[in-house]
Design a protein around this ligand. Sequence first.
Ligand code: GRF
Length: 214
Amino acid sequence: MTIRLAILASGRGSNVQAILDAIAAGALDAQVVGVFSDKPNAAALTRVPDRLRWSRKPQQFVDRAAFDAALADAVEASAPDWVVCAGYMRILSAAFIARFPDRILNIHPSLLPKHKGLHTHQRALDAGDTKHGASVHLVNAELDGGAVLAQVTVPVLDNDNADTLAARVLACEHPLYVHVLQQIAAGHIHAADGRVWWDGQRLFTPLPLQLPSP
Ligand code: GRF
């Protein structure tokens, strides 16, 4: 089944591009029905044609609820099967999440439940972690707290700094997100009541993504 993806992004949009590239290559049975941003200058928006872009400045709304309601209306109008957060840097309100129950994904640059929130790469280094990585999870009202669908692990090298580690994790985020979305498109993954099933069985452990060694 071709799944319809509404992508939320605030930044450069390399994950948006990876999704578009996978669709173009025939590796992902999906259609991007809109890219939505809280940053009108976000490079992520330029990855799709004008007609698929939506952006507003949050400062133009009376409060967070008003912005999220406008965002949710626009997303809903694109009739997505899934809402895909890809570097969307605003916390989604409970009211937004309730509009798309069990239909919002996020990619987070850590091995959740470790290092929720920001500055994950520096925090992994500071903690002396030997492994780091990225997670794709369902979005619920708890920040980076929803059920994790899949993870990719990246070794932390002796000479890593936050930038080198971030770059290696990012290179793995792209195939991870594409992999998860393709598993959804192929009908393997099902989410309900905040829980995830894989081929009809409850997923208690995130699916690992094995990548060939560089
Ligand atoms: C990625 O590292 C993602 O995990 C995090 O924000 C970054 C977005 O990068 N949530 P990009 O805009 O997709 O290039």
